[in-house]
Design a protein around this ligand. Structure first.
Ligand SMILES: [Zn+2]
Ligand SMILES: [Zn+2]
Length: 343
């Protein structure tokens, strides 16, 4: 089978690899039918992260199930499923508490497409072995386009958690999204609206992203960032800029919450005393997507979000090595199923 591999910084190649085999009776073999790039992937490919080549890339996809072990009960060949980026057992104390990122049933940081916790394959590959299939795989509801659901594995669900978690205790809150990464800010605008935000504003320098945010229902903010100060209950910082993170934190009024989802690899200065005086919460961290994925798939089915706005570029598998290094916000690789439609 072919595996899309970062062979050296900046260079992607399809490499021939042995087809994956199930290691336990609880595994499944899946074949991606719609895979897309996470906002982190371009930096992973470029070698601008702590994770070094070579490694298989890709951790967002919808797939068809090719084969399941005898212990797998929830899915069968032909099912169309969403796959979480994080590999987790679903049954340890941490998983049962909803913290799949701290799963003790598998190597720390184990995930697809990022060599932080071992090599588990990438979700652009021709086929992939998924361990703990009952705990991991989520069936895609009828009528949901696999291309629209491809980023449920990570970015779309990350955006949902970043918006819905602080809004749960701040109903009708006023939200600011500070954009900067390729897609997360736009997805966060949509998810803040789906989570019941009273108003969603968007702040960014990029004309194309501003337009997408406006289409997604945000009111655009421009001008000096001091105009934003102490104005919002929730801020979603989808930025890697130190200055914009500071802007995000200072834009909160008393009791506010900032979800930082841009993945900043170094140590930005934090306005801690001003945060102290206003009882500000800052949340940052890997998103354990699996518990939230069914709800996000339902939001797509109910047309309460439209991730296709940020994924307009569908390319063939052959074109992936070039497309994924081009300056395109979100690229989806799509191909027809080979299993019959069940039922
Ligand atoms: Zn990701
Ligand atoms: Zn676990």
């Amino acid at each position: 089978m072919k595996e899309l591999t970062v062979v050296e910084p900046g260079k992607l190649q399809w490499l021939d690899k042995p087809s994956p085999k199930m290691k336990t009776s609880f595994d499944a073999i899946i074949r991606p039918i719609a895979s897309c790039n996470c906002d982190l992937d371009r930096r992973l490919i470029a070698g601008k992260t702590p994770f070094k080549a070579p490694f298989a890339i890709g951790h967002e996809c919808v797939a068809e199930v090719l084969e399941v072990g005898s212990g797998v009960a929830s899915v069968r060949r032909g099912d169309v499923v969403s796959i979480p980026w994080k590999i987790a057992c679903g049954s340890c104390e941490q998983c049962l508490a909803g913290r799949s990122i701290a799963c003790t049933g598998v190597q720390k940081y184990a995930g697809f497409g990022v060599p932080a916790g071992g090599h588990w394959g990438g979700l652009f590959s021709e086929s992939v072995c998924v361990p703990f299939a009952d705990a991991m795989l989520v069936k895609v509801p009828d009528g949901v386009d696999p291309v629209a659901a491809a980023s449920v594995s990570d970015n779309l669900t990350d955006a949902w958690v970043a918006a819905s978690r602080p809004l749960a205790s701040r109903p009708n809150g006023k939200v600011l999204v500070v954009g900067g990464t390729e897609s997360l800010g736009i997805l966060a605008v949509q998810m803040a609206r789906a989570a019941g935000a009273h108003q969603v504003d968007y702040f960014d320098d990029d004309a194309a992203r501003n337009e997408l945010a406006r289409w997604s229902g945000a009111t655009l903010r421009s001008g000096p960032d001091t105009d934003l100060h102490e104005s919002y209950d929730v801020v979603i910082a989808a930025t890697r800029s130190h200055d914009r993170l500071r802007t995000s934190l200072l834009a909160l009024r008393t009791g506010g919450h900032c979800s930082c989802i841009g993945i900043i690899f170094d140590d930005p200065p934090i306005p801690l005393f001003q945060m102290y005086m206003r009882d500000i919460t800052l949340s940052v961290g890997l998103c354990g997507v699996r518990p939230h994925m069914p709800q996000v798939l339902d939001l797509i089915q109910q047309c309460r979000c439209d991730p296709m706005i940020v994924t307009p570029t569908v390319v063939s598998w052959e074109d992936a090595p070039e497309a994924l290094v081009a300056p395109i916000a979100k690229v989806v690789l799509a191909r027809p199923r080979i299993t019959a439609s069940p039922g």
